[in-house]
Design a protein around this ligand. Structure first.
Ligand code: UDP
Ligand code: MG
Length: 313
């Protein structure tokens, strides 16, 4: 099956990026002029920008029918902005890039080439990040931790920068959860996914719009939407502490029958460990029910179907 080239959509989340937008427009439209698609569109999703971004986008939209603006009522966050863009994109192929030119638009054709070769998702893998060391270390640690604890294979060192086919975006849209960790949902829906390396540039202009708090929230959303490991850890640690204390208690009892041992003190220490362990374990069990209730509340389907082959269709 060859790639449907009826329309390429590029989704660009924008939060106060007035210093970048002119350059984004130039570089993205130049890229669009070079790709073989019947139609193209760029969706600038302004996430409650308070600077001149929306005025600029409105002007772009007046000058070029390929450029469209979607303005949110307030700042909902990067992931929400990307989700709205995916919701509204009409393309047969949909790309997502940041509005600060960290993901070079000129690289998108390489992602499209991967789709041409049969993939349904081509995501950028950051070979080098031109960002402060502490931020790089944070990202590095987060992605490795998430990989360790997640039931879905969220790819390493990959963000939302990607190209997807229509059926992948439709599959993501069919997941109704509100707190959307886009790169996780993208991994969750399956199909053939490939990573394509690229150099992540420095921000073209302006300050990063993600605060440390914002990044932590993103990390939390990723962990809680794709892992029950925190709850499992409580169960394991609680169980080990309680059963360890019980074993040591029994051993101590036997030893005290043979030799003289201190009285009272071991009882107190072991009771603390035993009860603490039992409580932690019980909380972990409770957490398991809460997690499962949360899983049901998210209403993700249990599986996705790619294809049905049979004589009567
Ligand atoms: N962004 C957004 N809403 C926000 C924060 C950021 O739409 O609340 C956009 C921002 O304009 C940019 C992209 O998300 O296009 C990535 O943001 P940023 O460059 O600050 O993140 P970083 O590259 O540092 O991860
Ligand atoms: Mg950035």
């Amino acid at each position: 099956m060859s790639l449907d080239r009826s329309m390429l959509s590029v989704v660009v989340p924008v939060y106060n990026e007035e210093a970048n937008l002119a350059e984004v427009r130039t570089r993205v439209t130049r890229m669009l002029d070079g790709v073989r698609f019947d139609g193209t569109e760029v969706l600038f999703v302004s996430d409650g920008s308070t600077d001149g971004s929306e005025r600029m986008i409105a002007e772009f939209a007046r000058e070029d029918r390929r450029l469209r603006g979607i303005f949110l009522t307030r700042n909902f966050g990067h992931q929400a902005a990307v989700s709205v863009g995916l919701e509204r994109a009409r393309g047969s192929v949909i790309a997502v890039i940041d509005g600060d030119l960290q993901d070079p638009p000129e690289h998108i054709p390489e992602l499209i080439a991967a789709l041409d070769a049969g993939a349904d998702v081509a995501y950028g893998i950051r070979r080098k990040r031109k960002e402060p060391a502490f931020k790089r270390a944070g990202y590095w640690l987060f992605y490795r931790m998430l990989r360790m604890i997640s039931t879905t294979d969220v790819p390493l060192d990959a963000g939302d920068y990607s190209c997807m086919t229509r059926r992948v975006v439709d599959a993501m849209k069919s997941l109704p959860e509100t707190r959307r960790f886009v790169r996780g949902l993208r991994a969750w829906v399956g199909y053939r996914q490939v990573g394509v390396e690229y150099e992540r540039d420095k921000r073209f202009a302006g300050e990063p719009k993600y605060t440390i708090r914002g990044l932590l929230r993103l990390a939390y959303d990723g962990i809680f939407a794709f892992s029950s490991v925190p709850v499992k850890l409580m169960q394991i640690i609680g169980f080990v502490a309680a059963s360890g204390a019980a074993l040591v208690g029994v051993a101590y009892l036997i030893i005290s029958l043979v030799v003289a041992t201190p009285r009272g003190f071991p009882t107190i220490v072991l009771s603390i460990w035993l009860l603490g362990g039992v409580q932690l374990f019980a909380f972990g069990l409770l957490g398991e029910y809460v997690f499962r209730a949360y899983e049901e509340a998210r209403r993700r389907p249990s599986a996705m179907v790619r294809e049905v082959v049979s004589l009567d269709g």
